[in-house]
Design a protein around this ligand. Structure first.
Ligand code: QAP
Ligand code: CO
Length: 172
């Protein structure tokens, strides 16, 4: 099922997500629908809150060297906890909830998280590169934060102006 993606400035994106406690069919259906929605929208990552489910769930599928996103590369991360962070890196990020806007954002270079898979099994993951950046971006959604909140005051103002103009011209 292709779900509707909430877009900025929808206040529902500011909700704090809650942990998943039951790893049942409902969660599996939500994960499958999130994957379909992400692929149809040309995304590489999606948090459940972006489809109006305030749960600590994120999915990622970093395209391979040919730009493909096979299901075997899909990562489903539930109830993630950041346990280690090192270094810093800058990448031009975008977000399905802020369509058409991209900005350089600073993140930790490498991270380690604990999380649960769709069956509730606990896992540890070391991430670097784009995967590390994407996990940090998606984890920010779980606390109600968007990447635009990391912009300097000047860049944020420029963003608000451009984004409002785009909405008005119905370019979004
Ligand atoms: C988050 O972002 C991310 O504006 C995932 O018109 C971004 O999938 C993690 C998208 C960068 C790491 C690095 C954005 C699609 C997709 C748009 C996305 C758009 C169409 C964004
Ligand atoms: Co996002």
């Amino acid at each position: 099922m292709n779900l509707t993606i909430l877009t900025y400035p929808d206040k529902r994106l500011k909700q704090k997500s809650k942990n998943v406690t039951k790893f049942d069919e409902n969660i599996h259906k939500l994960l499958d629908a999130m994957n379909e929605t992400m692929l149809l929208s040309n995304g590489i990552g999606l948090a459940a809150i972006q489809v109006n489910h305030p749960l600590n769930i994120l999915i990622l599928n970093i395209p391979d060297s040919e730009g493909n996103q096979p299901t075997e590369n899909l990562m489903e991360i539930i109830n993630p906890i950041l346990i280690k962070k090192e270094g810093s890196t800058v990448y031009q990020e975008g977000c399905l909830s802020v369509p058409g806007f991209y900005e350089d954002i600073e993140r930790y270079e490498t991270i380690t998280i604990n999380y649960q898979d769709r069956d509730g099994n606990t896992k540890t993951l070391d991430a670097d590169g784009l995967l590390s950046i994407a996990i940090q971006h998606e984890m920010d959604h779980l606390t109600g934060n968007l990447f635009i909140e990391k912009l300097s005051y000047a860049r944020r103002k420029k963003f608000e102006k451009e984004y409002k103009k785009a909405i008005k011209e119905k370019r979004l």
